[in-house]
Design a protein around this ligand. Structure first.
Ligand SMILES: Nc1ncnc2c1ncn2[C@@H]1O[C@H](COP(=O)(O)OP(=O)(O)OP(=O)(O)O)[C@@H](O)[C@H]1O
Ligand SMILES: [Mg+2]
Length: 481
């Protein structure tokens, strides 16, 4: 019997169109992959079969188990009350219901599955109905930092800094789109042809971005970035982002309610450091956090988390960070933490800091402490304040105590490269003095940046304020070694 080469590569014609008898059922995808390229085949001996069949462009043949799952899924969707699913899931009853439905289905279809295969089907259907479908198990694997889906047939993960292609696939564009839709609709957003790009987040705080056709040319693209909140203060010392002395100093500043601005470029570790420093906020304080996409993981009990909202389809309902800052002030906060200042909220934040809401923490996108102040100033001026530049600078100087600069070196390592105190105005300029810095000495042969952290010998003006709070700083903390 001769089949076309294409059919054989795709495994077409090798999957019987009926439920398979016991013993013939393979793992999902196996039927499509198990095409033997031997005998008269001109491509015999070439090892292209598997990559080709699994590649991003090749359509995959549906295995018997896949088909069973798809039928089972649509039957389940008919039977289950979808609106009650989340409640059922919270009660832990969902799996029970699905199990019962699967067992009944398998009985009526007379589909013979082993107990292990049955459990697998039950898991997959549960993920399919309420979770993230085929990528659900990836979200539970803590060694994975990013999940990148480039169309239905190419799912990559980043593990330990390396990208790997997985053998997980979605059935087709529609399947992937359904998962994207579920993620974004959970947070009140939507994705369709008229709004083909969307940001959202998963319940665990991971950031999600989806772009669908026509903007994405090869099918829907889903990027899940799970970084942000995994490194604690001690980790930052042990992985060389700063010294124990620097951490001790920063911790004392946080406890002493100084206003701290963390500055850095894209992906330099701003959010990670903000999160780590927040660990030093005493437990008895009421903290309000304001973010565009909730990434912070505060460990304290008394935390109110607020998140901005983009406009809806009709262009209405947008809630800006500045609206949330204003509202936060009415919530009797002890501390306000703004994930990142990007625009007009900077003005409200400065005003809050200057009217007794001390101990605030935020981040800004800038490459040096001096740039960070300039960025802040520009944002405040753009916020439409009638204040002259000098008055804005006075506000900045009065509000901020400390700028902490983080940078990603050419070796990929993140470091706290400068800790600078904001002192007063000198003439028309805000003056600053560096307390700690990373002195770069060069790059070794393997590309590692060489250098060391050092105190500059300057004792900050607020050191007094820290010690009067009863926090002891080592006598030689600021001494050049
Ligand atoms: N000190 C560190 N050591 C190792 N990895 C780090 C360190 N700080 C941050 N990272 C990692 O770097 C990545 C980016 O960190 P983070 O999100 O904190 O940066 P960011 O400056 O806030 O980025 P963005 O510009 O996207 O807001 C994450 O994967 C994080 O885990
Ligand atoms: Mg960030």
């Amino acid at each position: 019997m001769s089949k076309s080469l294409r059919d054989r590569l795709l495994g077409l014609g090798t999957t019987p169109d009926r439920a398979l008898p016991a013993g013939e059922l393979g793992a999902p995808g196996e039927a499509g992959d198990a095409v033997a390229l031997v005998g008269t085949d001109p491509l015999a001996g070439l090892t292209i079969a598997t990559p080709f069949v699994r590649g991003p462009v090749a359509a995959r043949a549906e295995s018997a188990v896949d088909r069973l799952k798809r039928e089972l899924h649509s039957k389940l969707v008919e039977r289950l009350d979808l609106s009650a699913l989340d409640a059922l899931r919270a009660d832990g009853k969902l799996e029970q219901q699905i199990r019962a439905a699967v067992l009944e289905f398998l009985r009526t279809e007379q589909a013979p599955l082993s107990a292990a295969e049955r459990d697998e089907v039950i898991d997959e259907i549960t993920w399919e109905v309420t979770g993230l479908g085929p990528i659900e198990p990836l979200t539970r694997d803590l060694s994975i930092s990013d999940i990148l889906v480039n169309g239905p047939h190419a799912v990559y993960v980043e593990r330990g800094g390396q990208l790997e292609l997985t053998d997980i696939t979605f059935r087709d564009n529609a399947h992937l789109l359904a998962v994207i839709d579920r993620i974004v609709s959970r947070v009140g957003r939507r994705v369709d042809e008229s709004s083909p790009m969307v940001d959202a987040r998963l319940p665990d705080g991971s950031r999600v971005n989806a772009v669908i056709p026509p903007l994405a040319l090869d099918g829907p693209v889903l990027s899940i970035r799970r970084f942000g909140a995994t490194l604690g203060p001690a980790d930052l010392v042990s992985n060389g982002a700063m010294t124990a002395e620097m951490l001790r100093f920063l911790a004392a500043c946080v406890v002493s309610r100084l206003n701290i601005l963390i500055s850095g470029g894209t992906g330099s570790g701003k959010t990670t450091l903000l999160n780590a420093l927040s660990a030093f906020i005493p437990d008895n304080e009421r903290i309000v956090t304001i973010e565009d996409a909730a990434e912070l993981r505060l460990q304290q009990q008394h935390v109110v988390r607020l998140e901005t909202r983009p406009p809806n389809m009709e262009g209405r309902g947008e809630v800006l960070a500045r609206d949330l800052v204003k509202n936060a002030l009415r919530m009797r906060p002890d501390r306000i933490i703004i994930g990142e200042v990007r625009s007009a909220e900077s003005l409200d934040m400065l005003q809050a800091m200057n009217t007794g809401h001390e101990g605030s923490l935020t981040t800004v996108h800038a490459n040096t402490p001096r740039d960070a102040l300039a960025r802040l100033e520009t944002m405040v001026l753009f916020a439409g304040t009638a204040l002259p530049v000098r008055a804005v600078r006075e506000q900045v100087a009065a509000a901020l105590h400390l700028v902490v600069q983080v940078s990603r070196g050419s070796d990929g390592r993140r470091r706290v490269t400068s800790i600078a105190e904001v002192t007063t105005m000198e003439g028309d300029m805000v003056s600053m003095q560096e307390i700690f810095r990373f002195r770069r000495r060069g790059v070794s042969e393997d590309g590692t940046v060489q250098g060391s952290f050092e105190a500059t010998g300057v004792r900050p003006q607020f050191a007094e304020a820290i010690t009067t709070r009863g926090i002891a700083l080592p006598a030689d903390l600021f001494v050049i070694r």
